[in-house]
Design a protein around this ligand. Structure first.
Ligand code: ADP
Ligand code: MG
Length: 264
């Protein structure tokens, strides 16, 4: 793969749905956007060894919105970090559109993290002394986009999250709910296929939590995303297509939401 152009590399790791199929390095097409097989994560060793994820089998089809619930310390963040390739498993595999992330060289993993996945943290991690628009533009700027192009895309996304009027305001001056909406715009500015959110409403009061969740549902639908969010909030979780419970290192379905109740 050494001589491939960046565009070919992106296609090869499935960043575009038009990725060429059938080459030797592409496994048979799978209906799953993201999939895990016997995913295991152990922290520490010897007496301090802690098995956080035992053997997780997760299969997520395109367009699903999945909630992962579970007590604090059960491994929700650990699982999301493995799905985003922000950390590597002790054993087992994560597949993104049939490609095993663990087999990709670091440069391709960077493409995966930067372009295939949007990640929203509980705390927004915005740069407080940069404007809302600059924060949203940052992922594109860091990939070498021209400033005008990156800021243009950022403004469109701020518009989508209802914050075009705040584009020039410093991120540190925004309210908690506004900051989280900016963080969502930043997660989506690279137009990823997969949105991962780690307790995105955890720091917000009920009203703002509802508004941010509504926004994520709308963006999920309008941009044909596949979304996985960890949350403590059962009421919000049950508005997703599926709720999975993570406990004692295992992931189990809480129960399917009937097909007559779409995520809306
Ligand atoms: P949750 O997000 O469900 O609260 P986490 O994934 O953050 O759970 O943590 C699961 C367990 O793994 C916790 O006991 C935590 O202390 C431990 N843990 C998380 N990250 C690390 C790390 N980098 N090193 C050692 N232990 C960790
Ligand atoms: Mg967590």
């Amino acid at each position: 793969m050494a001589n491939m152009s960046p565009a070919t590399v992106r296609a090869e790791i499935g960043l575009h749905s038009s990725a060429p199929r059938g080459s030797q390095e592409t496994s048979p097409s799978s209906p799953f956007v993201i999939e895990t097989h016997e995913l295991r994560k152990v922290y520490g060793s010897g007496a301090s060894e802690q098995v956080v994820l035992k053997s997780i089998e997760l299969k997520v089809i395109e367009g699903e919105m999945i909630a992962i619930v579970g007590p604090s310390g059960s491994g929700k963040s650990t699982l999301l970090h493995l799905l985003a390739a922000l950390d590597m498993p002790t054993s087992g595999a994560v597949y993104f559109r049939s490609r095993a992330l663990q087999t990709l060289p670091e440069s391709h993993l960077e493409d995966f993290r930067n372009q295939a996945v949007g990640f929203v943290w509980q705390r927004h991690h915005l740069l407080p002394d940069f404007s809302a628009a600059e924060n949203v533009a940052m992922p594109r700027l860091m990939r070498g986009a021209k400033e005008a192009e990156a800021l243009g895309a950022a403004k469109n996304w701020l518009d989508e999250v209802g914050l075009s009027a705040k584009a020039r305001q410093m991120a540190g001056e925004l309210s908690g709910g506004e900051q989280q909406r900016v963080a969502i715009a930043r997660a989506l500015v690279s137009e990823p296929a997969l949105l991962l959110a780690d307790e995105p409403t955890g720091d917000l009061d009920e009203q703002n939590a509802d508004a941010v969740f509504d926004l994520m549902q709308r963006l999920h639908r309008n941009h044909r995303l596949t979304s996985i969010l960890a949350t403590h909030n059962r009421a919000l979780a049950e508005r997703c297509h599926r709720v999975l419970v993570l406990e004692h290192g295992e992931l189990m379905p809480l129960g399917e939401i009937p097909a007559t109740r779409p995520a809306h």
